[in-house]
Ligand binder design. Sequence first.
Ligand code: ZN
Length: 412
Amino acid sequence: MLHMIDFRDSLTERFIRYTEFNTMSDPHLVGEKRPTTDGQRFFQKELLRELEELGLETYYSDESVVMGVLKGNTENGKRVGFLSHVDVSSDVNGNNVKAILHKAYNGGKIVLDGVSLSQESDPDLMRYIGSDIITSDGTSLLGSDDKAGIAIIMEALKYLSEHKEIEHGDIEVYFTPDEETGSGMDMFPYDRLKSYVTYTVDGEEEDVIETECFNASSVELEFRGRVCHLGEARGKMVNALKVASEVISMLPQAESPEATDGKYGYYAPFEMHGTLEKALLTILIRDFDEGSFERRIDNVRHIAESVAKLYGAELSVKTSITYHNMAKANLEKPEARLSIAESAKKLGFEIRERAIRGGTDGAKLAELKIPSPNIFTGGHNLHSLREWVSVDAMNKSVNLVLGIIDYWKDKK
Ligand SMILES: [Zn+2]
């Protein structure tokens, strides 16, 4: 058995201090600037300083990814890594965060500036009556996504640096920018990554880990019509806009994001613009199953081809894969999931596994056959003014990270 260590006071202080850094990312600056906002780099420099203070070797270069290595103190032991991201979403205001600590939450309504939380709106709050939760003041998100992840990893590292008698292998940490803009892993120091498995500390609900995500692609269809004077168009004109909208109407309604949940995939018309002469239509495809993912990509192509033929339009198709389901890597190296489940058991709780209806930075590592399951942070209502985090759940996550490090200390 492992005993649960109480990090709550220093964890709370650390997390609130991190929320005060303005690290809202900007999706409009992807490809122009990395990180997309200067605040992220400022925070990363602070994290670099803290890692060095804790005795880690650090690296930071053009990739704008903070990397740290804590050298192992045993002969055996496999090298493992932990990741989280420094930016917060721009879905609502994410800067000038004023965190509020609600000590020993009494179960009542929490009234913030303009918004409120109650047991009706947030039944999960019931689980934390009597313990501490943290919200913003209501004018911004809180930033537990993913500063809770960073605080959790940092507390675990601090504990190891203060307890040199604890045996462990090499530990890598990565703090990436711009996860929320989807470009966090566009540049990454892959050549430095030596971990056998990694863990992304960027989950949500207590006790939950995520080991699966969608396969994702976007299919760009370009239709070229035939234009002539509208007064003399009979039998001659081909309107590209009509062709594109016909394709949208032929996508199965029951397989749209609006009509699906759980493990069902979908087609989503995402963007369309054009003229009589040329129309560009982007369709997003998501599916957990690799085979049916490929089939969906083919389906879109076939629908587009037959509609284009019917109208006499020209078609060009460009398919790009955004990310793959990380489940495969997790199945091929089951130790990543096993190490979490086993450590949780030793700490006295059960892990529940879930699939994310979206992507994660870990999916990029999974493509390199390095699993990176997502570990809970205890955050709720992410990307909203009503975001809150449970200090107890964050504390549990620190213990879980230490448990995982313990798991690997003697694995060759
Ligand atoms: Zn996140």
